[in-house]
Design a protein. Structure first.
Length: 333
């Protein structure tokens, strides 16, 4: 540990990715010091570089410029094998796709939890209390659930994706292994390509289509490499605010109450903000030349009838203990 207590640090980190004959700048001179005994969260819109920054700090990727220091030592001076050995002792990684609490994936089941009024009621629901209880069993205190999307966009370049038949043989970047079951059942070929590589995959034809949050399609500039976009309420995603239980219990009651009140207000306010951001993104994509189609309700119902059950079946397999319970509770909201 350095004299100032910094145990993990990124200094002046720059990261770019290829985009045709140019490059997209994802991180631009980012400094990120982390002191021992502290907690930090990194928040931002989809595509702003959160995952890239975490990958750099963990030594999973190399920055174009800048330094990453573990316990004061620059990891750039070590080879890949040595970094991997040190990482096993120095940094713990929890990847989204490992489903350590599989019940948490319930909102992302296609067409399952996209009703806006239910989303508004979720923070005070028994379903939220149940999931918070699962977190507590694993040593995590849940502070807040922040709704960030329910409006998805399927992008494509050759023709719009408007019916189930349009998925046949389509190479598409999905969401994760669980929800990709919906794409497989309609004949698509989902790819697990990292988000940072999707733009290039779409540009070069490695991918035929993309699936993402509608605001992410704009921030990631998919309009430069995709002509069509089909918008629909496909899945719901939340950001979470957690706290160390020991730290939380050590706070004065009035401090906990103030944090809980602020968190509850944010949970309410973020719904309107998220919906407004999604509505604006559709217009922004049109302004950039994309042909945007809002999928009609009848076609949404047809997609749900064909795609949802495969994901529910897979969900119940990875969540044999609480999967059915959380589905029941969320249906009651």
């Amino acid at each position: 540990m350095s004299d100032n207590g910094i145990i993990l640090e990124g200094r002046g980190l720059w990261m770019t990715y290829p985009s045709g004959t140019s490059r997209i700048t994802v991180l631009e001179g980012v400094d990120c010091p982390v002191r021992a005994g502290t907690s930090m969260s990194i928040r931002g819109e989809s595509g702003c570089g959160k995952t890239t920054l975490l990958n750099l700090l963990a030594g999973l990727e190399r920055a174009d410029k800048g330094e990453v220091l573990w316990d004061g030592a620059d990891i750039a001076k070590r080879d890949v094998t040595e970094i991997a050995r040190l990482r096993a002792r120095f940094i713990g990684m929890v990847f989204q796709s490992f489903y350590l609490i599989p019940e948490m994936n319930a909102p992302a089941i296609p067409f399952f939890f996209t009703d806006l009024e239910k989303i508004k009621r979720f923070p005070t629901s028994e379903a939220r209390k149940y999931l918070d209880g699962l977190l507590a069993k694993r040593g995590v205190h849940s502070v807040s659930w922040l709704f960030i999307t329910r409006q998805s966009i399927f992008t494509s370049s050759k023709k719009p994706i408007l019916t189930l038949a349009d998925f046949q043989g389509l190479k598409i970047r999905g969401l994760n292994a669980l929800t990709d079951n919906a794409l497989k059942v309609v004949g698509a070929a989902p790819s697990a390509m990292p988000g940072s590589e999707v733009y290039q995959g779409l540009q070069t034809g490695v991918l035929d289509a993309g699936l993402t949050d509608i605001s992410a399609a704009y921030s990631r500039r998919y309009y430069e490499v995709q002509k069509y976009g089909t918008v629909l309420p496909y899945f719901t995603v939340y950001f979470h605010m957690y706290a160390n239980p020991k730290w939380w219990q050590g706070l004065k009651p009035e401090y906990r109450a103030a944090i809980e009140a602020a968190a509850a207000k944010n949970e309410r306010d973020v719904v309107e903000i998220t919906e407004a951001t999604a509505a604006a993104a559709a217009g922004q994509l049109r302004e950039k030349g994309m042909q945007i189609t809002i999928l009609p309700p009848a076609e949404v119902a047809a997609w749900k009838a064909k795609m949802q059950q495969a994901v529910i079946d897979a969900f119940l397999k990875i969540a044999p203990e609480g999967g059915a319970k959380i589905i029941e509770l969320m249906n009651k909201i």
